[in-house]
Design a protein around this ligand. Sequence first.
Ligand code: ZN
Length: 303
Amino acid sequence: MAQTLKTPIAGLHHVTAISGPAQENLDFYTRVMQTRLIKQTVNFDAPEMYHLYYGAEDARPGSVLTFFNREERGQGQAGVGAALSFAYAVRPEALAEWQAQLGGEISERFGADVLSLRDPHGQAFELVADDSAGPWGEFHSVTLWVGDPEPTAEILKDVFGYAFAGEAREPGGRRLRYVLPGDAQGRVVDLWQADVAVRARPGPGTIHHVAFRARDEAHQSALRNALLDRGEKVTEVKDRQYFKAIYFREPGGVLFEIATDGPGFDVDEPMAQLGASLKLPPQYEPRRAEIEASLPPLVSESA
Ligand code: ZN
């Protein structure tokens, strides 16, 4: 029997994508997009690869964009079973400036102007004009590409607390919008159903997973139990150094994570120095020399 949780999820926590060469990824998101490098670490499951984190100046959950940085350029393929894009909230008056700098097309979506862009490795992302946009770097939304929206929508509504907010026909498919109650940023999830379905293939230019934000560990545990009750295959709680995380593949095929705010990105370096040096979790610290030698050198803006 489906269980409805009383406490809705607290919005987006982070989005993790796959990039090509790390230096190009770093230059784009810090110099061009003006987000802050908030953590330099490695993929905890594959430490020969960088895992770079960008976010708002204060590294708040809901602004965190991370990349598994591959050095190869082979493209992944966006498609059914993966998130298609992420979107930043921007003040409406800033949108034209961004367009002058970055190009891209502006279209209207549910009454808001949206500038559609791609990063240097092909990742689709958007800037959404929003009067309530807060500090730069906060996400407005993510778009998930699904074959059949209904099973994904059920998780969003019945477990996470989203409500259906509208449907729009767009070139190439239809978009269904789900929104959390309240007025915080990052409370929007769009489901995209394309007229011509393509299977997602992971690689540079694709999103690996979308992480939602639990209010605390008790909330995360309640969400985990609710998902298990529905027959979802949820992992145990994993220690990701900066947060606690659980993962499951939602019925539409998209890898979802539910992460806690704590302990936070300043657990291993002071807030003022976030991202300044390579941080390794304790299990890799003994291998630091070997890991550093395997990673390409990185020049960050502050260096
Ligand atoms: Zn994650």
